[in-house]
Design a protein around this ligand. Structure first.
Ligand SMILES: *Cc1c(COP(=O)(O)O)cnc(C)c1O
Length: 456
């Protein structure tokens, strides 16, 4: 048994060689995506018009328990994986908690987040299919950066529609993507019909992910040899992200540790879905009592204040209908700094698991409370967390404090999905005392939920 180190990194040869598909173990599978006109499940050939073929197959595959990771993706993974599993000794001391706190750190690659795990796979399959390029959306910029890197590696063109407020707040993110050869368009833009329509209705909008998705899809449909790719929400993305949880579990096993509580932040659900995947397996197969907690921003509370219903994935209503916890595809989150957590919907897999009470709890946190946690963590551990990840830190700190109050020494594992180097505007506003909490009113949510399509 290895000693309880500060940083535990598996040897390179122990990077998992298969992704784990947790749908295989779910009693109630996530609902099928529906054709928006015909209201029947989407067919493989229809999905292949949008996504690369192998990804479309993975999207529909509810039965294969493991999917082997192609050699080209493994080679690329070896350049930034395994990611470390860290013990937050200093944070434990600062909190005077008897709990053990571990975090799986996905921010050690140039993109700065877990998103490269899926970008690598998606660029690989697109290249294998002989495609020329891909389009996508990006909110805070992490997904666009990850995809730009993967496209540079595998030799694909990359066009990124970046939510306008983020493009303005984070000019350096844009420069990083351009360094990797991607073309960046601030969204909404006048380069697409969807973008022009949205601008005509709302000329001052700062944009949203839902709107950038519409523009990226319209562009992909119009370009020969192009497909559209997504960085979260989709089943195939969660499949790729399972590498996070598989590695974390291997490392914990190696140290003779068992997680009692697993915590992750949720925007579209991909890092949490990946981190918790093998722990869900233990619950569903072996009756493990591990407690799974997701933390979302109070400014975009899909789980805690949304509806579990069919909705469109984008503002322009171009996607199939997806059954998920949603705030309605016309929901426009107020200004907040949890950039990567601003999507109106939630992964269908996580949605079903929450509905079935396998995902035990979801908390919504305001951004000031989240930045309190981020700064406590940064000062104790010397790691600058992404604001998104700081939602998970908030959850972990609150659980550790509860352990102190109850005198129980639980083992907590949380996902530190990325670094915050491009989020200094947000940190600055917190430090200057200028940060506010934007929480949508019931009336605002009722208005956007009224736009749900009639599908079930
Ligand atoms: C994108 C992002 C998230 C949110 O996306 P999920 O799909 O919910 O994981 C969280 N943390 C970081 C660092 C991100 O870049």
């Amino acid at each position: 048994m290895a000693k309880a180190l500060n940083r535990f990194v598996l040897p390179e040869e122990r990077i998992p060689d298969s992704w784990y598909n947790l749908r295989a173990d779910m009693r109630n599978k996530p609902a099928s995506m529906l054709h928006p006109g015909l209201l029947r499940p989407m067919l493989l050939e229809e999905l292949c018009g949008v996504f690369a073929e192998e990804l479309a197959k993975q999207e529909l595959d509810d039965t294969s328990e493991y999917v082997s990771i192609p050699g080209g993706v493994m080679d690329y993974y070896r350049t930034f994986r395994p990611s470390p599993l860290c013990r937050a000794h200093s944070l434990e001391k600062a909190l005077q908690t008897p709990a053990k706190i571990y975090y799986k750190f996905e921010g050690n690659n140039t993109s700065g987040s877990h998103k490269l795990n899926s970008a690598a796979a998606q660029a690989y399959y697109a290249r294998e299919q002989g495609l020329k390029g891909v389009t996508t959306e990006t909110g805070a910029g992490q997904w666009g950066t990850a995809l730009s890197m993967a496209c540079a590696h595998f030799g694909l063109e990359c066009r990124v529609f970046m939510v306008k407020v983020s493009a303005e707040q984070k000019p350096y993110r844009r420069a990083v993507m351009e360094t990797f050869g991607a073309k960046i368009v601030a969204s909404p833009s006048d380069t697409t019909k969807v973008g022009r329509d949205i601008l005509a209705k709302n000329p001052d909008t700062g944009g949203s992910l839902g709107c950038a998705i519409s523009e990226a899809m319209e562009t992909a449909f119009g370009l020969e040899g192009y497909r559209y790719v997504l960085g979260s929400v989709m089943n195939h993305v969660l499949l790729h992200q399972s590498v996070i949880g598989l590695e974390a579990k291997l490392a914990l096993d190696e140290m003779g540790e068992q997680a009692d509580i697993v915590i992750g932040c949720t925007g579209g659900g991909s890092n949490m879905g990946g981190l918790m995947a093998p722990f869900v397996r233990d619950k569903l197969r072996h009756g493990s009592k591990v407690r799974l907690i997701a933390v979302e921003p109070a400014s975009c509370p899909s789980f805690t204040r949304g509806k579990f219903a069919y909705d469109c994935g984008d503002t322009g209503r171009m996607t199939p209908f997806i059954k998920m916890y949603t705030l309605g595809c016309e929901f426009m989150p107020g200004a907040n700094h949890a950039g990567g957590l601003r999507y109106h919907g939630m992964s269908p897999i996580l949605s079903q698991l929450y509905y079935d009470k396998v995902l035990d709890e979801v908390r919504a946190e305001g951004q000031t409370a989240v930045f309190d946690a981020a700064v406590t963590f940064a000062r104790a551990e010397g790691v600058l967390p992404a604001p998104e990840s700081a939602h998970a830190i908030r959850g972990a700190i609150d659980e550790a404090i509860r352990c102190r109050e109850e005198g129980t020494g639980k083992t907590i594992l949380f996902g530190l999905s990325g670094t915050g180097y491009f989020d200094m505007t947000a940190y600055k506003s917190y430090i200057d005392g200028a940060m506010t909490d934007h929480i949508p009113t019931d009336a605002e949510l009722a208005a956007s939920l009224a736009s749900l399509p009639k599908a079930d």
